[in-house]
Design a protein around this ligand. Sequence first.
Ligand code: GAL
Length: 968
Amino acid sequence: MDRRELLVGGAGALLVTPVSAGTAAARSENADGFPMPAPERNLPTRLPQSDPSRTLLELGWRFHEGDIPVSEPKGHNETYMSVKAGNAPGAAAIAYDDSDWPDVRLPHDWAAAQPFVETANVSQGYRPRGIGWYRRTLRLDPGDRGKAIELHFDGIATNATIWVNGSLVAHNWSGYNSVHVDLTPFARFGDETNIIAVRVDANAKEGWWYEGAGLYRHAWLVRRAPVAIVSDGVHCDPRQAPDGRWRVPVTATLANIERGVAAVTVEATLLDPTGREIATGRTEATVPTLDRVETEVILDAGSPALWSVEKPTLHTVRTRVLRDGLAVDERRIAIGFRSVRFDADKGLFVNDAPVKLKGVCLHQDHAGVGVAIPDALLAWRLERLKAMGCNAIRMSHNAPTAELLDHCDRMGFLVMDENRIFNPAPEFLAQLEWLVRRDRNHPSIILWSVFNEEPMQGTEAGVEMVRRMSAAVRRLDHSRPVTAAMNGSFYNPANVSSVVDVMGFNYYQGDYDKFHRLNPTKPITSSEDTSAFETRGAFATDSAGHVITSYDTEAASWGGTHRDTWKEIAARPFVAGGFVWTGFDYHGEPTPHDWPTISSFFGILDLCGFPKTAFDIHSAHWIDDRPVVAIAPHWTWRGREGEPIKVFVASNAETVELRLNGRDLGVQQVDRIMGNEWTVPYAPGRIEARAMRGGKVVAVAVHETAGAPVALRLTPARSVMAGDDEDAQPITIHAVDARGRHVPTANLMTRFTIEGATLLGVGNGDPNSHESEQFAGPAGTRSLFNGLAQMILRAGNGRGRITVRATAEGLKPATLAIDRADIAPRPQIAPSPPAVMQVRDWQRSAAFAERPDPALAPADGDNNSWDVIRSGQPTPAEARSVWRLYRARVTPWKRIAAEGGVIRFAALGGRAELWIDGTRVAVKDAAATGPMRATIAPGAGPRTIVLLVEAPAAQPSGILGPVGIAPR
Ligand code: GAL
């Protein structure tokens, strides 16, 4: 039996044990009170590679926290040069010395390692974000010459400026959309490496929640055939024809970087879930040079298996570009066949069957890792939501990580995909268009939301803005309705509800009926609701201590408790469903408190994904296909013997019987929405809720009073990890009593060490904890909070074993072994840190018949008499022998400045003298091409390198190969 399915845990300690009819016995052996599913022995689902021309570019990055000011150029020449292509100054410069910057691996959220600081922004979780720089050296294989080369950042928090080889290639003002940089015109190949520099301004805010800082999503290098499908260039749009058959129009956008027009064939093939071909089609296309063309193939899918929440069947559309019969490019897009319809009276229909949206709003944030959530952890979070019957996610309030949507497709979630910035000006409209273009193939997405709670929602300007934004969405996808999440102004003469397809209510539940009455043809959903507060594992509110009870009694004034809110939504068929604010806690927005509280209380699960009572409440509301029963609170209340304790039971059965130590405390008719309550004088022992249907016990929840903690325990989500250097999972740390029962009241400090994996971060779900969430090495600490703490591990490489050891004072230590399976890592572009400092750019004088003075230099203000050349670029032959000067100004890397270095010319043509800072340091006597080297003395600051070359007649001369300065 799959325990994960059956254990719907919350409230610090509970158990749900379906009992098959006839075997009404309680499972007392499971009464250890541990609220998380038992570990499984399975590997994470690796998402299929949709674009084989993309390779991860996540290793070999160097990071600098803080800004790096650019010094003012000196004189006219320096100013003139500083604004030229390839010559970006400061840390964007090719030659900038980043050798003492630490290496980081992407995804990377530097704010997650920051301390909590009272003067930092409350909404962003009191973590200073600041400005940071990333640099990476990239070696491109000479075999990649001629390919279309792109750099993809899936998300950068927040404002980013990107340079390649000293040229500014992109600025991006959005923490949530991806940045695609066409590297092709800037690319260098072989040993002449490329330098990518990114300045990230994370002081910029786009939200009122923790947004992280840095290159926090995946980064890719794309290398494609010169005639190929552009990025996000395939649109598959399954439609059911009136005859009932499904057709898939497949549109592919192609680009051509060759010098001539290209004739290609585009082939689209529909594959069923087993990979069998169902339909295929081809079309011919002529792609103009440096331009784009759109092609269409319509596939007849017949009557395929449908995609639904219960059975999310995915098909694949494989699109290929063929040249001379050979496939030169390919994309694989997962698609699902499903229809979606919002009815103004009856709500949502998927495949013509009614579906109530049992949804949650999510921010991308998790304990320990911040916004840089590994793919496997994203999937784990969705599994937790699925386990409570959740079927819908609102990506609040921004474009999510692409992989999150892939997991939603695979797991059967319905998604409201939301745009971040409400603004139809071209830059922001482009962000919305990017969102639709990237996401429109996902069967999970059923709604586009153009905004969340905008003060202009009730104005004429707001209406005009939404009209333009909806039109932009429809140009790219007219299969899905557009919504906007409104929080008021519903009845203004001008308000955006008149121009969206589905009205989205944030809160304002009291207006559902009135709005429906006044707008009887407008479909409605709650786009956001609830905003209730709970501290996980706490059952009394302590306002001074910023602790909030988990009995589902406290909520924001604009929201409602979990139960009251769902009651309103469930009662109205015309409300398509709801999206609870929020599925998980997140850093920042510590409402209703502030400092020292640093994270939210809204989550159904806490920041670590540990369930609160709200989890049980929603399980009872939302799960129809299996019995649910859960008890709050836990039953470990030493010192409160005889005192009345409120016992809350959530269930979806018909009746529930409560027993304490075998004594019957009464049977109640289940109130599936509001739950059932008993007041029970506390006596240690065993409290048991027996859920019944038709007079038979169908599920039992038990808590037993735990004794003092005697040992630590480590419980992973999975007992095996992929040894692919990428798989990640949470490990729960908790304490048990002498009988192995989870102790829900333990708040001990724990220490741990890890081998065979990387410790990405830690947490415990306490919104008031200021303990560090990240550690530099393989060891960390974290106190248990109401019995639980969590560490997040990333598996190392190859088959092996991960070992975690945890200790706490006075307790028996715990050791956990996790197998690391032999799974090949996804390919990564190898890091290529430069061993030598390259000298690439030179000024070259005119030719002289006589040996010129090596001190000769262009006059300041003279931009024209000297050529600018690159190392390796030969000076053409002259009929007679001539003299020339080559000048470069370089600032040696710090190590060279400190210890001295060696400058090496790989190939010099002609006789030559090398002068550094006015001193001759080397001579090359032979005219034939050959190398040259000289030592460079230690010393800080810029150096002037002058090469005096006497070119032999009729021969190319000068700097014929690379020039490098190596540390000594
Ligand atoms: C809403 C808002 C959310 C969050 C929530 C807290 O108004 O859309 O982002 O701030 O309130 O209750």
